[in-house]
Design a protein around this ligand. Structure first.
Ligand SMILES: *Cc1c(COP(=O)(O)O)cnc(C)c1O
Length: 434
């Protein structure tokens, strides 16, 4: 193979050999080739729609909160590379992982105090589920092994996470009989600022009560349901769940893989509700989008329960657990976030999205426009024509990746006001075209 592939050659090999997310083989649409990225801009190997640079409206799926090629994160990666990029975690430990774990405990809600470093979000959810099931076995209640969630969620693509994803998404039909059968509540009533719907809250309480004997945990995304439909709900329902779980001996798991690290306007979405879960997952923005890393945090109650049972250990240990390179960058990304007035930046982006997207509500085919923190969503009344919508955004010089009936953006926090206006214009253009 030549040292550098020409774009055409690269795309031919890509089509021949490489899977892309949620795609068939070979893929139906040629992806854009990214040559490099810096700040909020992706540089294309070849211009598309006359654009050789695109402002990234997606933060590479919630993760690149500080933008690309950031000098502080680059330096952290270089420093760690010079020492070691990886070493096994069994019987060994190292400063990047220990520092990161201690910092995560410090900044996440009480009573979380122990950290399992996993290699992706889905794995961290698997670990969370394993923790909960094992906790109840250790406590002499092995029948408690089902999970309860509400519809409209997304928790990853491996087996247990899939079983708590929205059951109307197709995966459940495809794998019915193989997926663990979980207990589903209706999706939480939409609207972050809406008051509590008492009828819904009662149904939620009753469902937890009715299934308590077989429930290990309630697993939900707090405040924002992401890939399941980009919906926001009142933090009040999280308090309802916390109370119901306490009352009926059920653990509460918050999946903050998308919402963590400031995206919703609080450092973690749980803070909107003022409640702490027994187990919590973080990922995505954890490394500022540099490397794959996630973490499952749990309370001392959960850790002690597991560690005093018939098998007094958590039987999980990925090869790349606690990867030093990823941990070092995650530590640097977290410090970088906390050292700045991130809340002001997220509020600024929220205001920009509200102003820039409000006009979209009047476009034909648009059902609703909603904004929370640094998340902007335009929901259509029909399935998006993804190719046409993407092309329209690229024409505006912006990268968006719509899905289902949704055109949405969660830009890096470093997006300036001018670039933010472009992102909003591109969302509107995509809504018209899609
Ligand atoms: C993305 C996501 C996951 C899965 O994380 P991966 O790193 O893609 O495995 C799980 N839960 C939520 C809420 C997510 O947004």
């Amino acid at each position: 193979m030549p040292e550098r592939l020409g774009t055409e050659e690269l795309l031919a090999l890509d089509r021949q050999h490489v899977w892309h997310p949620y795609g068939p083989m070979p893929g139906r649409q040629a992806p854009l080739v990214v040559d490099s990225a810096s700040g909020v801009r992706l540089r294309l190997a070849e211009p598309a729609e006359g654009r050789s640079e695109l402002v990234d409206g997606m933060s590479s799926w919630w993760s690149a909160i500080h933008g690309y090629n950031h000098p502080v994160l680059n330096a952290a990666a270089h420093r760690q590379l010079e020492r070691m990029s990886h070493v096994m975690f069994g019987g060994l430990t190292h400063e990047p992982a220990v520092r990161l774990a201690a910092r995560l405990v410090e900044i996440t809600p009480e009573p979380l105090s122990h950290v399992f470093l996993a290699d992706s979000g889905s794995v961290s959810v698997e670990v969370a589920v394993k923790m909960c099931l094992q906790y109840w076995r250790s406590r002499g209640r092995p029948a408690k092994q089902r999970l309860l969630t509400w519809r409209g969620g997304y928790h990853g693509d491996t087996w247990h996470p899939m079983s708590v994803c929205d059951p109307d998404g197709g995966m459940h039909e495809l794998w019915s009989g193989l997926l663990p059968r979980q207990v589903f509540a209706d999706a939480p009533p939409p609207g972050f600022e809406k008051g509590l719907d008492e009828t819904y809250a009662d149904r939620l309480r009753q469902l937890v009560a009715r299934h308590a004997q077989e429930l290990a945990a309630v697993v939900v995304e707090p405040v924002v349901q992401g890939a399941g439909g980009m919906r926001f709900h009142s933090p009040g329902y999280l308090r309802v769940l916390r109370e119901a779980c306490d009352e009926h001996d059920v653990l509460l798991v918050f999946d903050e893989i998308a919402t963590g690290f400031g995206r919703t306007g609080e450092l973690f979405a749980a803070e909107h509700a003022g409640v702490g879960p027994d187990v919590m997952c973080v990922g995505k923005a954890l490394t500022g989008g540099y490397l794959t890393l996630a973490a499952t945090l749990c309370s001392s109650e959960v850790a002690e329960g597991i560690s005093s049972g018939e098998m007094p250990a958590l039987a999980h240990g990925p090869t790349f657990m606690g990867n030093p390179l990823a941990s070092a960058v995650a530590g640097a990304s977290t410090e970088l976030l906390l050292a700045q007035d991130w809340r002001r930046e997220v509020n600024r982006i929220e205001a920009g999205l509200r102003a820039g997207l409000s006009g979209a509500a009047r476009l034909p085919g648009v059902r609703e426009v909603r904004v929370l923190g640094a998340i902007g969503v335009v929901q259509l009344d029909h399935e998006v024509d993804i190719a046409a919508a993407t092309r329209a955004a690229v024409r505006e010089g912006v990268w968006l990746r719509p899905f289902r009936d949704l055109i949405y953006t969660m830009p890096p926090y470093v997006t300036g006001d001018g670039d933010l206006s472009r992102v909003c214009a591109a969302v509107c253009a995509a809504a018209k075209a899609g």
